[in-house]
Ligand binder design. Structure first.
Ligand code: ATP
Ligand code: MG
Length: 433
């Protein structure tokens, strides 16, 4: 026997009944996005490697060590499985000149790939849902996106996420801060960990993001970027906060929030929870006004966020939310295999009217299973009704509708009325067949 093949490490199968949680999340997202007039965009999973190298920044974790990159086997082109979708969205918007008649609000959902150490909330294929507002410079879009995310948590029933925000200012303000920061860190070089020393001259801002407990004191006392922001940057930040305040959204300003990608400026934010261990960021985003130019497009401002689907679902599950009962309305019990063609013709017509029906399967050469085993399956399916297609009833153009759940389990007058309606339409259908 040959070796059993398994899924790739860090890449998960999403199976029922869990897949129903995914579908529910996706449908809530579609609904909330529509309420805010965000439209769906779908870009390829594979992009040219330079898109991410230029877009995300050479010295980011993703580009340094997390990308699934390969050469096209025919023309040697450098390609990468997307580690995130913002760069691809910006590429598509620039490529198709979507901003010719003004800004666009877009959202996406789909798989992303990062070569990380798999653990709870951290996978190699994972899924993001993201929203982007492109072509708008104003703080109202930053605020709109944050409020939209908060509405999403409300609709999903997600609790215990807190909002942290910060402003990264503009490139010249960051440069002034960087000079001061490097000078400060050099004074304390002896107490820096090797990771920090390595970043000192490549990406010192990321040192502020360190999770090393031994370095917390040093980074806490480091020069703060916010003290280097000029009036326009501060005004932008205040305007965002004013909308959050008006909407009663609680937040804390975290001066050390810098985010992993180089492309951010002005507003950055994260929704975090303490309930998922160290994988506590469920959603992160910010403004990225320079990404279009960086990837060779016409300059355009933009802001967006991405949430981690696995982490959101994990949190919902922990909070006892998001479970979906995927039961059919009815289960078709078929005592006599000979009536199968007529039964299936009837069921198809009934499904055409929107009734969800699971038909008994298992009509071998020996005929259908016993009534007892069919009813056991009907019960296990969770259906509210069994439709019993006995030969005598069929001959009279009738079918028996048997309630499978008692009143306490939700047998409402409405569902009884519905059952009578089906019975009537079944009679009608069968007399027509
Ligand atoms: P982290 O600090 O946890 O590595 P990140 O800063 O790399 O997160 P982003 O690139 O901002 O994450 O992606 C947005 C969201 O996508 C994250 O907040 C998280 O919820 C989710 N995410 C990122 N990487 C993974 C992964 N490997 N597995 C599952 N979810 C992920
Ligand atoms: Mg990461």
């Amino acid at each position: 026997m040959s070796e059993k093949l398994l899924a790739v490490k860090g890449m998960n199968d999403i199976l029922p009944p869990d897949s129903a949680r995914w579908e529910r999340l996706e449908s809530v997202v579609r609904d909330v996005m529509a309420r805010y007039a965000y439209k769906n965009i779908r870009t390829p999973i594979v992009e040219q490697t330079p898109l991410f190298v230029r877009g995300l920044g050479q010295v980011t974790d993703i580009v340094e060590k997390e990308m699934y990159s390969f050469e096209d086997r025919l023309n040697g082109e450098a390609l990468t499985l997307r580690p995130e979708a913002t760069a691809g969205v910006v590429r598509a918007v620039a490529e198709h000149n979507l901003l010719y008649d003004g800004g666009k609000r877009l959202y996406y959902m789909g798989p992303m790939f990062r070569h990380e150490r798999p653990q709870r909330g951290r996978y190699r294929q994972f899924h993001q849902i993201g929203a982007e507002a492109l072509g708008f410079p104003g703080p109202e879009l930053d605020a709109e996106l944050i409020v939209l995310a908060a509405d999403l948590w409300r609709e999903l029933g997600l609790k215990d996420v807190r909002l942290e925000i910060n402003s990264l200012g503009q490139p010249d303000e960051r440069r002034a801060h960087r000079t001061a920061l490097v000078a400060y860190l050099l004074q304390h070089e002896a107490s820096l960990d090797p990771e920090a020393v390595r970043r000192l001259h490549t990406n010192p801002l990321r040192i502020l993001d360190t999770k090393n407990p031994a370095m917390q004191d040093i980074v806490n006392r480091a020069p703060k970027l916010i003290d280097f922001l000029g009036e326009p940057s501060l005004a932008h930040f205040s305007a965002v906060k004013a909308v959050l305040d008006a909407n009663g959204l609680a937040y804390s300003v975290n001066p050390r929030l810098v985010r992993g990608m180089d492309y951010y400026n002005l507003t950055v934010f994260e929704f975090v929870t303490d309930r998922l261990g160290s994988q506590g960021t469920v959603c992160g985003g910010g403004r990225y006004d320079y990404l279009f130019e960086q990837i060779g497009g016409k300059p355009a401002p933009a802001v967006g966020w991405a949430l981690g689907v696995e982490r959101v679902l994990e949190l919902l599950k922990e909070q006892g939310e998001g479970a979906v009962l995927e039961a059919p309305d009815a289960y078709a019990v078929v005592p006599d295999a000979a009536s199968m063609p007529l039964v299936m013709q009837t069921l198809r017509a009934l499904r055409g009217q929107g009734v969800r029906i699971q038909m008994h399967a298992g009509l071998g050469n020996d005929g259908p299973g016993s009534m007892k085993s069919q009813f056991k399956k009907a019960d296990a399916s969770g259906a509210r009704f069994a439709l019993i297609f006995g030969s005598d009833e069929l001959a009279r153009g009738e079918v028996l509708v048997k309630p499978m759940r008692d009143a306490s389990a939700g047998q409402t007058p409405r569902s009884m009325a519905l059952a009578h309606e089906w019975a009537a339409s079944l009679r009608h259908l069968q007399s027509a067949l």
